[in-house]
Design a protein around this ligand. Sequence first.
Ligand code: SF4
Ligand code: SF4
Length: 212
Amino acid sequence: MLKRVFPTKALRWTLKTATHGTEVTRLYPEVMIELPEVERGIHELDATLCIGCASCARVCPNSCVEMVPYVFGNPLKNKKMIFPQVDYGRCMFCGLCVDECPVECLKMGKKVTMTGWTRQDIIKGPYELAVKKYTEEESRKLAEEAKRVAAEKKKAAAAKSEGTAKKAAGDGAPAKKAANEVEAGVSEKAAIKEVAAKEEVVENKTKEGGAS
Ligand code: SF4
Ligand code: SF4
């Protein structure tokens, strides 16, 4: 009777776990459950590698990736300095964007929680997604280097086109010379013919004079 009223078994278990430090519940969010290796959470972007090709945006079946400007990437690799922004209101965490990335700078992370008051709060751009990026100082130096490289390329292209134009003009000179020579030859022949005709006329006249 006492056994039915007093839950000795349950009490025994409580005392056992309380004294042996067995974990009964987790203090979420302070203590997070360990996620499996295959877990697909919020994207992680290595902005130092991204080339801004937008392959991730093109392949996304839900059109939730948009390319947006960001300053802490590498302008030598990413000419337009555009990086992916993900709308998590539409993302289904399929991972196709990650598979498509040619430089493997986009990964599915392990962060799975996200809160916000508005729809806009769950749209995450490179400022939130980048786990690796350049510092302000490094970005400034890279931007200067990119400008210098672009100016050099422009100069080289201008020099190349100038060289091509000169070559074309040089190629045209012998042709013109040959044409002039041909023209000169033709006019010389015509002059000889004319002189010969005149001589013939004079000769004929002389003959006619002698005969009379
Ligand atoms: S995980 Fe899938 S749905 Fe989400 S952004 Fe990438 S491709 Fe689009
Ligand atoms: S994350 Fe990858 S696929 Fe997307 S723009 Fe950058 S390099 Fe291209």
